[in-house]
Design a protein around this ligand. Sequence first.
Ligand SMILES: NC(=O)c1ccc[n+]([C@@H]2O[C@H](COP(=O)([O-])OP(=O)(O)OC[C@H]3O[C@@H](n4cnc5c(N)ncnc54)[C@H](O)[C@@H]3O)[C@@H](O)[C@H]2O)c1
Ligand SMILES: [Fe+2]
Length: 422
Amino acid sequence: MTDIAKSFGLLRLPDSIAFGDGCRAGIARTVASLGNRALVVCDPFLSSTEPFTELLAELEALDVTVAVDTQVVPELPVAVVKEAIERARETRPHVIVGFGGGSALDLAKLIALGVAHGTPLSRFYGENQVPGQVIPLVAVPTTSGTGSEVTPVAVLADPDRDLKVGISSPYLIPKAAFVDPRLMVGAPAAVTASAGADALVHAVEAYTASNHAPQWDDQLPVFVGENLLSSTLALEAIRLIGLSLRNAVSNGEDFEARSGMAYASLLAGMAFGTAGTHLSHAIQYPVGALTHTPHGLGTGMLLPYVMQALLATDATRLASIAEALGVPAGSIVESAQNAISEVASIMADIGLPHDLASIGVTEADLPRIIELSLTVRRLVTNSVLEPTEENLHHIVRAAFDRDRTELTPLPTIASNESETYK
Ligand SMILES: NC(=O)c1ccc[n+]([C@@H]2O[C@H](COP(=O)([O-])OP(=O)(O)OC[C@H]3O[C@@H](n4cnc5c(N)ncnc54)[C@H](O)[C@@H]3O)[C@@H](O)[C@H]2O)c1
Ligand SMILES: [Fe+2]
């Protein structure tokens, strides 16, 4: 039971968030309220679909002049983003709509930033480097995973850097988000799996992040760690993902599962957008750069190993995750272990690889992966584990050997060990 008197809460969110089947009918009116010249950034595949054509017609009916940019490339190379910003400058949009998966939404955010504050974007890499408001954004996700519709983050690939880079600033939070599960029904199983796995990682890492109240009279970091408000959202996201993810992957037409995932991914985005994520994300950055595998595939595969490493210090919160997932309860440590097993089983059932070796990582790569993970300070310092080479080594080694037992020193929380969780 959280001690509210000793805890704190913080959330930063869009001005409005709409969720539900058919809520996309409200997009055009919201866009029109933000200006009469819109740039719509849309994934090339989705630009030929009926909901998108309908949106364009609705915008025209409201006298909004629309330009469409469909040059969305997964992983967003910085050169592609720069060209998109140059094209956008010519149309001088009042409002930018992102319509698609995380790549389209992040491109919309980066265009909104570049048009407002110029390039090169490298000036804004990291946290809190954006100097002020960007062009107002409306975000419409078509995958359930990134939560980008509500988060202060955009991710891109810069060939001058070893890793993908993030730009994190509250100014990048969209003004409005429309999460309509009907738009996710066509997403392929592999995209549904990797995006959905990432949503589970967002929720679990937001829930298990470091939890010290920030220095309130300083400029707050973008990610402040686990707190009362983010945790309520994260636990509900975990519960829903436990119920929906397997079915959403095995049967994309299962609208109940699609809706559960769309809602859970939104809640997880709301949670991690303020709490932040930690070690699975830090390790995925170099792993993704090395293996060119999707973000969520890597974070999802790594999560059970990261949870296992947390068992010795954080069994109580892992046991709460077990309760959210509806897995059998026992002592706190037993419940925590059951949560880890259930997360590993979800990842296996949706077809994610089990270990680093099976996605092409070699033993010789491990030291470099550890070294680069440690450079992602905002993530490694948001964990309750000390950001040491030794701690990272244990996790990466276990994920390479496919052996979580390497990470199971007996928990040191003697006073809790015999308590029954409930
Ligand atoms: N900004 C954030 O907070 C945040 C968080 C996590 C990840 N990301 C980034 O998001 C990106 C991944 O996003 P993603 O997983 O949504 O994938 P994506 O946007 O890269 O899309 C993957 C593929 O799915 C297709 N697709 C998307 N929606 C579809 C639909 N409804 N029907 C049919 N096809 C569809 C796309 O055409 C594309 O080919 C990564 O670049 C990652 O770094 C951002
Ligand atoms: Fe993620």
